[in-house]
Design a protein around this ligand. Structure first.
Ligand code: FAD
Length: 414
């Protein structure tokens, strides 16, 4: 085990690496450029709404075992809530149809043979055809592998892949979609229960981790942006923060857990994904009506997912680059009209906020997936972490946490 491990970046990849290392008794220092931890998974006080909101709604599934183990370690496993069964409410805005997908608990998918559990208008054989994705190679898209048309695609597969890959299935990687199916639908309902951090991302994923690290003497240096690194042939020798430079001894380790563009700038010769997709979130300060399901999938609308929190309604739209230039007021109005229709609320728009994350995730295309590097590098004491490294999953919390754990394990073994 190295003498000191420098973790650069306090997003979920960096935090999960630091937590794993600190739990094993390693000496860890975390360096974060921003004034707060969490990166793309954070909460903040929004002045327009005068309430704490998340930068984006984050949906997890019960299959996300690394995330759940991370939360258990930091004592926050109770922060994720969701239904006891794998149930997903859907509304089709084109037809007004409403249904609830009910995936049975075991691995044997008998729910697809039950008309009251599967998507209306679909047959069991439609679902079996999607199994082809489980064996897809890295170079093909989803729509080159399976038929991207028909009720199952429009009402379940497209919303699922858009959410999981943040990339239109027409260009999305079949291999990454297959990985999602393998770990969720193919593993049965026990793996598919939707989970959300009801009290916020910060109080579930971030603050308990900072407390855990603080209690173990780990310093988290905020406003400490890494500018460059000094390399010898086989090792990182120094971390250059501009105003200060830290020597990295032969016995020290470095985990670089920054976004791909930053990593490519700092590490010479590193290939990383370089195309991104946006996510738009809209938040409305309106207590949800009683009985509204906590998560609703919406098809044939602008809105894709509607989340009900105790004090607000929030909307997620993935691969939302087409909406980046739409005026905020227009977008809020369009979204609210759909939300009001689904939730049975008045047309008058409550206080709102639109959050557009331009580079929410890397584009999960076959080409970008092929550019993801492994955790180890040609430098003995430098390891990479982040949802964009080669995790085998799309850019998700689970991928970020797995990458952090992997980098920590490699350091412990080095
Ligand atoms: C709006 C939105 C919705 C999402 N929805 C979901 C969802 O529903 N489910 C899901 O699983 N995932 C979702 N994701 C993806 C998830 O948030 C990310 O996969 C995850 O947070 C990535 O963590 P990370 O640590 O890899 O990267 P980041 O969170 O980007 O962390 C990198 C950190 O490095 C810091 N940094 C940058 N440069 C430097 C530097 N030079 N020196 C020091 N520090 C630096 C940054 O400030 C940041 O804190 C969503 C993302 C967004 C944006």
């Amino acid at each position: 085990m190295p003498r000191t491990v420098h973790v650069v970046g306090a997003g979920l990849a960096g935090l999960s690496a630091a937590v794993r290392l600190a739990a094993r008794g390693a000496r860890v220092v975390v360096h974060e450029a921003a004034g707060q931890a969490g990166g793309r998974c954070r909460s903040y006080h929004d002045p327009a709404l005068d309430m704490v909101i998340d930068n984006g709604n984050h949906l997890l599934l019960s299959a996300n075992h690394a995330t759940r183990s991370y939360l258990e370690t930091i004592g926050a496993e109770g922060g994720l809530v969701g239904p006891a069964q794998a149930e997903f409410a859907f509304v089709d805005l084109a037809t007004g149809a409403r249904w609830t997908l009910r995936i049975n608990a075991g691995r044997l998918p008998w729910w697809i043979f039950d008309g009251r559990r599967r998507v209306p208008g679909t047959r069991a054989s439609d679902y079996l055809a999607f199994a082809r994705l489980l064996f897809a190679s890295g170079g093909v898209t989803i729509c080159e592998t399976v038929a991207c048309a028909g009720p199952l695609y429009e009402r379940l597969a497209r919303p699922l892949w858009l959410a999981a890959l943040n990339t239109d299935p027409k260009e999305g990687s079949a291999r990454l979609a297959g990985a999602v199916i393998r770990e969720t639908l193919a593993a049965g309902g026990e793996a598919c229960r939707p989970l959300i951090a009801r009290d916020g991302l910060g109080s579930t994923f971030i603050e308990p981790a900072l407390r855990f690290l603080g209690a173990r003497g780990v310093k988290v240096a905020f406003g400490h942006r890494l500018r460059a690194m000094d390399f010898s042939e086989h090792e990182v020798e120094a971390l250059d923060f501009g105003e200060d430079k830290l020597a990295v001894g032969a016995d020290d380790g470095v985990i670089l857990a920054v976004p791909p563009v930053v990593a490519a700038d700092i590490v010479r010769g590193l290939t990383t994904p370089s195309q991104f997709r946006a996510i738009v979130n809209a938040h409305f300060r309106r207590v949800p009506p009683a009985g509204l399901p906590p998560i609703i999938g919406i098809v044939n609308g602008t809105v894709e997912w509607l989340f009900s929190f105790p004090d607000r309604l929030s909307v997620t739209i993935s691969a939302a680059d087409r909406l980046l230039e739409v005026p905020r007021e227009t977008l809020a109005q369009t979204i609210w009209e759909e939300v009001a229709g689904v939730a049975g609320l008045p047309k008058t728009m409550p206080p709102w906020q639109i959050v557009r994350e331009r580079r929410a995730t890397f584009a999960a295309t076959p080409g970008e997936d092929a550019k993801r590097p492994a955790a180890h590098t040609r430098w003995r004491n430098l390891f990479l972490a982040g949802d964009w490294t080669q995790t085998g999953l799309p850019a998700t919390i689970e991928g970020a946490v797995r990458s952090g754990h992997r980098a920590a394990e490699l350091i412990i073994r080095s």
